[in-house]
Design a protein around this ligand. Structure first.
Ligand code: PEP
Ligand code: MN
Length: 269
């Protein structure tokens, strides 16, 4: 077993600070927002998401998809990319809420870091060691999303890879894993199996905060409220949820996006 990670269990709880006052509490972290930055309305969306109880805002300027072929929809090419970062700059200026957004490559850390309060490592980059090493040398919090294939030792190993670089502000995000395609022929959008038991399993071994993603792990909006409750009951330190003002019109991940009313119920329920 990974001795470095095990030793963390004996220390004070690892903290991640993502607000400007340095007092951000992962218990209980409420990150929400649309899958991707879709256009200038992102500023109003961020205001609404904050008013619904979120204490951090998510939206991807870069949106790599699991199916690797690039899809273009009106200038949106797996995200608005640099234009999306520009829009997140506006969010930053106008809304007082920490921003969580994905960085796909070590060469993009400076540009993404200019708008992000938390670097998100996407599932596909869970074992991109160049990226993990580079983020280990930054002082910004990192939300590491588990690869859909990742075993518990690989999750802890990926964390270690960041921690040994010196950055101790990390959290693990569980977002569903490869499983039996038990639901597929009825619920077309379900691709992954929620990895809820990994929450208590990781808690046995480490104090690194655990954030659960009920959106990607279910792929289906009607299951997001119950899986959110289940994750908190299992000991998760927070949630990251995809929400959209008009969920069916989301450019990416529409089937799992919830509306504002449901988001409010989850955060206040
Ligand atoms: C996301 O949360 O924006 C995302 C792309 O999810 P994942 O990396 O887990 O597929
Ligand atoms: Mn998504």
């Amino acid at each position: 077993m990974n001795q470095y990670i095990k030793s963390l269990k004996d220390e004070n709880k690892l903290n991640i600070s993502i607000d400007k006052s340095n007092t951000f509490d992962w218990k209980y972290t409420k990150i929400a927002g649309p899958c991707s930055v879709e256009g200038p309305e992102i500023v109003d969306i961020a205001k609404s998401i904050k008013s619904l109880g979120a204490n951090a805002f998510r939206a991807g300027a870069y949106k790599p998809c699991t199916y690797p072929i690039l899809e273009e929809i009106n200038g949106w090419q797996e995200g608005l990319r640099e234009d999306g970062l520009e829009l997140l700059h506006e969010v930053r200026q106008e809304v007082d809420i920490p921003i969580v957004t994905e960085v796909m490559d070590a060469s993009m850390i400076a540009d993404v870091g200019a708008v992000a309060d938390v670097f998100q490592i996407g599932t596909r980059n869970f074992q991109n060691y160049t990226l993990l090493d580079a983020l280990g040398k930054t002082d910004k919090p990192v939300l590491l999303k588990r690869g859909t294939w990742g075993t518990i030792d690989e999750i802890l190993g990926a964390c270690e890879r960041i921690l040994v670089g010196g950055n101790r502000n990390i959290a693990i995000c569980l977002r569903g894993v490869v499983g039996m395609p038990s639901y597929r022929h009825v619920f077309n959008s379900i691709r992954w199996a929620p990895d809820l038991m990994m929450i208590p399993a990781l808690k046995e071994l480490t104090n690194i905060p655990i954030i659960f993603d009920p959106s990607h792990s279910t792929g289906y909006r009607n299951f997001v409220p119950s899986m959110s409750k289940a994750a908190i009951a299992a000991g998760a330190d927070g949630l990251i949820i995809e929400a959209h003002p008009t969920p069916d019109k989301s450019i990416s991940d529409a089937a799992q996006a919830i509306n504002y009313k449901t988001l409010k119920e989850i955060f206040h329920g």
